[in-house]
Design a protein around this ligand. Structure first.
Ligand SMILES: *[C@@H]1O[C@H](CO)[C@@H](O)[C@H](O)[C@H]1NC(C)=O
Ligand SMILES: *[C@@H]1O[C@H](CO)[C@@H](O)[C@H](O)[C@H]1NC(C)=O
Ligand SMILES: *[C@@H]1O[C@H](CO)[C@@H](O)[C@H](O)[C@H]1NC(C)=O
Ligand SMILES: *[C@@H]1O[C@H](CO)[C@@H](O)[C@H](O)[C@H]1NC(C)=O
Length: 222
């Protein structure tokens, strides 16, 4: 009898003492943590995509190939506008390119793993693309530094199924002036949109045409 009473009291006191912390229903954190940590480690090892760029090659194009000794260090997706000026709004005036402004997001992993759908335009920008003057594109990228370039070569973008025309694919080469990064060459590939209207008829003085492109950055090791 006494034993039963004692056990009942003990059981009650255990129930009572358990009440203030119902978040931990009978599980010891000391026991719960190690298996959890092990599971995370194993899961990451087995499922993380390999995002290295060492063997990633450009989509087929006829631009001059990257120079020997350079490494592909970043593929960024740019989203912004190609800008043009119009002298007036008549059909005899043609739009003149004055540069582009685009936000750059890190697409290295998405391209390396062939998972382009995972590129999120809303993700944190890694840098900006703009023009110093109408012939000097600039890329300012966190962790890489600033690069000012000149256009070396251009080829027409592949035809779109719907007949629309995208801005050309380009090879740009870095110039010493204004460059703080190790980036030596930048390719603009996989363009979408950005092409000027055929004439200035009905256009404003500055025409901004939305575009997207992949920018491939090649840098020297040091
Ligand atoms: C890249 O390709 C080379 C040559 O085919 C190969 O030896 C190397 O393991 C590859 N590297 C990676 C990270 O896939
Ligand atoms: C080009 O267009 C962007 C908007 O995308 C604007 O911020 C920028 O000032 C324009 N640049 C010029 C030179 O008009
Ligand atoms: C519009 O600009 C074009 C190109 O500069 C010029 O040839 C044309 O005479 C201009 N037209 C008008 C109406 O000002
Ligand atoms: C881009 O993302 C990769 C991982 O996919 C990372 O290793 C690299 O440092 C990033 N580059 C920049 C410039 O943020």
């Amino acid at each position: 009898m006494r034993t039963i009473l004692l056990l009942t009291t003990l059981a009650l006191s255990l129930v009572v003492s358990a009440v203030p912390r119902p978040q931990h229903p009978g599980r010891s954190p000391a026991l719960a943590i190690p298996p959890r940590a092990t599971n995370i480690g194993t899961g990451r090892k087995n499922t993380a995509p390999y995002c290295g760029l060492a063997n990633v090659t450009q989509p087929a194009n006829t631009l001059p190939t990257p120079s020997a000794g350079l490494n592909l260090v970043l593929i960024a997706q740019g989203t912004g506008t190609q800008n043009y000026t119009c002298a007036n709004n008549s059909a005899t005036a043609l739009p003149v390119a004055i540069g582009a402004v685009a936000t750059l997001v890190n697409a290295s992993c998405a391209v390396a793993t062939g998972n382009l759908g995972s590129i999120n335009e809303d993700s944190q920008a890694v840098g900006m693309h703009f023009f110093v003057d109408s012939t000097t594109p600039d890329f300012n990228i966190i962790g890489l530094g600033n690069t000012e370039l000149k256009k070396l070569a251009a080829v027409a973008a592949p035809a779109e199924a719907d007949g629309s025309v995208d801005v050309p694919w380009l090879k740009l080469v870095a110039q010493a002036a204004g460059t703080t990064s190790l980036v030596k060459e930048v390719y603009r590939l996989v363009t979408k949109g950005g092409t000027a209207p055929v004439s200035c008829a009905g256009q404003a003085a500055v025409v901004q045409v939305k575009y997207q492109a992949e920018y491939w950055f090649y840098a020297s090791p040091s």
